[in-house]
Design a protein around this ligand. Structure first.
Ligand SMILES: [Zn+2]
Length: 70
């Protein structure tokens, strides 16, 4: 397993309850390395490669099953 990131790879903020506010969001920090704020922002814009060719949606099947879409 990859090491758990302590900071968002996009905004650089440490993961806290302020920017990760759901169980799915915490899962996403380990999957994509993004805080939930950034993840939601990118999802809203439909971007699939925020950084380093990261794939949102293609690698988030587990989180997707928990109804993270709003
Ligand atoms: Zn972020």
């Amino acid at each position: 397993m990859a090491a758990i990131r302590l900071r968002c790879r996009r905004c650089g903020e440490p993961f806290t309850d302020a920017n990760v506010y759901s169980d799915a969001g915490w899962l996403e920090t380990g999957i994509s390395g993004l805080c939930e704020v950034c993840f939601d922002t990118l999802a809203d814009y439909g971007l699939s490669e925020p950084t380093e060719g990261l794939q949102i949606g293609g690698n988030g099947n587990e989180a997707g099953n928990q109804g993270e879409k709003k």
